[in-house]
Design a protein around this ligand. Structure first.
Ligand code: AMP
Ligand code: MG
Length: 326
């Protein structure tokens, strides 16, 4: 089957990384956080997750390019030894054979460049670090891209569903999609796969729309205006990370809106896995002008502005509403 091995390896790697992230989120209290140079927070779990996933991918696909969000220069600094030791012991809880140098090299492997028009993997080891630190939603997102488009996406969502009281399965979901093979979801700790499919809402006023929690990432006021134009009266579902793609793919929301600040180009790892999952779940993803997202241009989506993801039925209406306020 097309990408069978890649799919299996990606699932194993993301599942293990989700366990590592949970281990940290359960005991996080502040000192495990450091600021990156761009002032976004990064935790031992971001580094640990990237080390685990890249080590595994490199063992099995040694020739593949892997583009990850993090790099290890901070951990190699003299004054950051406690942080480095924390990362190394965390990773070794899961992969005892990995030495400190192997761990740092695996993290740095994700910072190398490559030909983005060829096959490559892209990884967000923790998407939504701010949500992770708040104890809210986050995702481990891994995708394989071919010819500038995601062909495999695995999204680990350790804190979904939000309301697990009635599911009896507890929290932790995995969303998996392979091009032209559909999307499935299943509990993170194993169990049955279910088909993931977008909802069938066709009247925009009945749509539930979701967007970011963080006001610095998106234009909430513009989102509210667009919702108003569409006749949506229920408040937005604010949820961190690519969990937004997951809730649309699973039918828990119909629209994901992302109007980014002027001049901001989104990172490929923030969208590639989610795009694969929504497309295969029957939905549609474009930028705010209705253009296909182009993952062939480098580490960012340099030719796109923002994101609109929908169940497909509502796509044209949402794009039209967005044009009214742009
Ligand atoms: P979300 O939880 O959907 O807001 O997504 C988190 C992602 O937003 C992070 O992984 C960042 O890469 C991305 N991000 C950070 N700063 C900005 C910004 N100023 N505008 C848009 N996205 C951002
Ligand atoms: Mg991210």
């Amino acid at each position: 089957m097309y990408l069978e091995r890649e799919r299996a390896v990606a699932i194993e790697a993301v599942t293990e990384a989700c366990c590592l992230c949970r281990n940290v989120q359960n005991r996080i209290a502040g000192p495990l956080t450091v600021a990156k140079l761009d002032a976004s927070p990064v935790t031992v779990a971001d580094f640990g997750s990237q080390a685990l996933i890249i080590s595994r991918l490199r063992t099995i696909f040694p020739n593949d390019t892997i583009i990850g969000e993090e790099e290890a220069s901070l951990l190699r600094r003299e004054d950051q030894q406690p942080l480095k030791n924390e990362v190394v012991s965390l990773v070794q809880l899961f992969e005892t054979d990995l030495t400190e140098e192997m761990i740092l090299n695996a993290i740095d492997y994700g910072a190398r460049s490559g030909d983005f028009r060829q096959r490559y993997w892209t990884l967000d080891p923790i998407d939504g670090t701010k949500g992770f630190l708040r104890g809210d939603q986050y995702a481990v997102a891994l995708a394989l891209v071919e010819d500038g488009q995601p062909v495999l996406g695995v999204l680990g969502c350790p804190n979904l569903p939000e309301d697990d009281k009635h599911s009896g399965r507890g929290k932790g979901m995995l969303f998996i999609a392979v091009k032209d093979r559909g999307a499935v979801m299943r509990p993170l700790n194993g169990g049955c796969e279910q088909i993931a499919h977008v909802d069938s809402v066709t009247d925009p006023s009945n749509a539930r729309f979701c967007d970011s929690v963080e006001a610095a990432h998106v234009a909430h006021d513009q989102h509210a205006k667009i919702a108003g134009i569409l006749g949506i009266s229920t408040p937005a579902y604010h949820i961190d990370s690519q969990c937004k793609y997951a809730v649309v793919a699973g039918g828990d929301a119909s629209i994901y809106l992302r109007l980014t600040p002027p001049g901001y180009y989104s990172c490929i790892w923030d969208h590639a896995a989610g795009v694969a999952v929504i497309r295969e779940a029957g939905g549609n993803v474009t930028d705010v002008y209705g253009r296909t997202l182009d993952f062939s241009l480098g580490r960012r989506l340099f030719k796109n502005v923002g994101v609109v993801a929908t169940n497909g039925h509502l796509h044209a209406a949402v794009i039209a509403a967005v044009q009214q306020i742009l």
